[in-house]
Design a protein around this ligand. Structure first.
Ligand code: DGJ
Length: 568
């Protein structure tokens, strides 16, 4: 064979291999779990479509270009069982094809949500042929025996029908998306959960409820005793840490035990989907949950879903699910996100109520929790105006991505999130105290004191080296100080540097610190794809209160590169 022919053959082998994208996967870096796409860590700057917004080709065509203008890099899109399998065994992938085509055209990645047997507890997305054949596809029942519009998780027929549709659909995706890799993750079902009662009381469910708790779960509890969720541990211990018996014998006879039992079986069902998916198209898989943010009892909220207090049950029963994800609609974002970022669960927020504070919250979760992604719900109703907070926030975060992913999991970032009650956070880094506050703690903007409700403010702070930081976000002011500095005699200064109150009442100051810390420079920067800075402008004088602090006003989003120095 001539040299030319040899190289030609080699090229024919290599080129198709290169064209094929690597399937996305998750990988640990320090304490973070990163989503890797084409060998590069990726942060999902996402948005989820409203429930009925991907049900027509025209809607998809209209919405997707707007998402690109908003600066999203990923869209979360429902895939509806009823429209995918309108007649039993007949499949229609028109909508899925259209989503993938439009996503590619608009440079978006896709996370599909399988709206199969369960959507917010209910089985409203099951096809009519399934719903009508209630004898073959039985319903969950309340204690009184009332059938619900919730397919029973204990029915093999329900499972087989749902899984067959899911796997046919996934096979189709694997075929059309193997090369481009537009679909990066899949959510299985949506906000699974039991309602009206804490568990299913169908005949089959009752029978299984009275049988022994699976050995697997007992072994898991024993093995992971030290790291169990406190509620799980308490429930097991309260009944003497028994290692055999039925659900009530081991965990006690109450609604919370009913919920554990139900969670196990929902998770088992999903696990079998996940196992099937691994064989067909091995992208990361997750499940989402409605938070019990209103303190309801099991049965009064979608119970037994992948909730934080059930994380051990879900992890044990569904090991092929990569993570459990919270949907955040009520207050308490700081608390809920902390409950889901665990040593064994990375944080991904598939849904958060669409609101003006989404921008700062996105910064918070990436900075504080090394999140994989963030995604306001009903995103097509958001603004694509370049002045809207989310558009500005995503533009900044897109630039920050190479740096954030480089430093993820190494303990070098913090998230900041402030409102009118929670105004200040003190961080310790280097030998410094870093006082980060809401911008309106500076009373110089009239909105700080005129009775207006303070808008949420936030961002992230990343330590790049000794005395070198990045501050990014909106509505924050940060002061740096050497650890032991005495703040007691400090006078409050106005914007012009004059003491806020005159009259010679200053306290005598004690000085006991050798070095002080000063601001060397503050540069507003952009960030190139390789992580290097692009100079935008130097901020000094009035913009740093003559070198006293670093700040980003409430309506701006920016990235500031800060260098500090020591003096005495
Ligand atoms: C959470 C669900 O997951 C979404 O599909 C949607 O129903 C929202 N709630 C509320 O509109």
């Amino acid at each position: 064979m001539g040299r030319y022919t040899f190289f030609w053959i080699l090229l024919c082998i290599i080129l198709p291999l290169q064209a094929q994208q690597e399937t996305p996967y998750l990988q640990k870096q320090g304490n973070a779990t990163q989503l890797i796409i084409n060998n590069t860590p990726f942060l999902v700057l996402g948005g989820e479509l409203g429930n009925s917004s991907a049900a027509s080709v025209e809607d998809i065509e209209q919405i997707f270009p707007k998402l690109q203008r908003m600066g999203l890099n990923t869209v979360l899109v429902p895939a509806y069982w009823d429209l995918t399998e309108p007649a039993e065994g007949t499949y229609d992938f028109t909508l899925t094809n259209e989503v993938i085509r439009l996503a590619r055209e608009n440079h978006l990645k896709v996370i599909f949500l399988w709206f199969g047997a369960w959507k917010n507890s209910m089985s409203c997305y099951a096809p009519l042929w399934f719903k009508q054949d209630y004898e073959k596809y039985p319903r969950a029942r309340t204690k009184a025996g009332k059938p619900l519009e919730i397919a029973s998780a204990f029915s093999e027929n329900v499972f087989q029908a749902d899984r067959r549709a899911f796997t046919q659909w996934l096979r189709h995706i694997a075929t059309i998306d193997q090369e481009e890799g537009t679909v990066i993750m899949i959510q299985i079902q949506n906000e699974i959960g039991m309602l009206e009662d804490a568990r299913d009381y169908s005949e089959e469910a009752n029978r299984i409820f009275d049988s022994p708790v699976p050995r697997e779960l007992i072994k898991y509890l024993q093995k992971n005793r030290k790291t169990l969720h406190p509620q799980m541990l308490e429930k097991w211990e309260a009944n003497g840490c028994k290692t055999s018996g039925n659900w009530q014998e081991i965990f006690g006879a109450d609604l919370y035990t009913d919920e554990l039992f139900m969670a196990w079986h929902y998770a088992r069902y999903v696990e079998k989907f996940a196992q099937a998916a691994r064989m067909i198209h091995n992208v990361p898989l997750f499940v989402n949950a409605a938070m019990n943010s209103r303190g309801r009892k099991p049965g009064e909220y979608p119970s037994a879903g992948p909730l934080a207090h059930l994380i051990d049950i879900w992890h044990c029963a569904a090991p092929n699910i990569d993570f459990l994800a919270p949907d955040l609609y009520d207050d308490g974002v700081v608390d809920w996100t902390a409950q889901y970022k665990l040593h064994n669960n990375p944080l991904f927020i598939p849904e958060i109520r669409l609101a003006d504070n989404n921008g700062v919250r996105a910064f918070y979760v990436f900075g504080e929790h090394d999140a994989i992604g963030f995604s306001p719900f009903s995103i097509e109703h958001g603004s694509d105006d370049s002045s809207s907070p989310l558009v500005k926030a995503y533009a900044c975060l897109r630039e920050l991505m190479p740096l954030l992913t480089k430093y993820q999991g190494k303990g070098l970032t913090n998230g900041l999130l402030f409102d009118q009650e929670y105004k200040e956070r003190v961080l310790e880094r280097d030998d410094l105290k870093i006082y980060a506050r809401h911008y309106f703690t500076l009373p110089w903007d009239s909105r700080a004191t005129d009775g207006s409700k303070w808008s949420e403010a936030g961002g992230l702070i990343l330590q790049l080296g000794e005395y070198e930081y990045l501050l990014a976000g909106s509505g924050v002011v940060v002061e740096f100080e050497k650890g032991g500095e005495n703040r007691a005699g400090r006078i409050s200064l106005g914007e012009d540097g004059f003491a806020s109150a005159g009259g010679g009442n200053m306290q005598e100051e004690l000085w006991n610190e050798d070095f002080r810390i000063g601001i060397g420079s503050v540069d507003e920067v952009g960030i190139e794809e390789d992580g290097t800075f692009r100079y935008v402008r130097r901020l000094n004088g009035d913009q740093t209160h003559q070198g006293r602090h670093v700040r980003i006003p409430v309506d701006d989003f920016s990235i500031l590169h800060i260098k500090l120095y020591k003096y005495r």
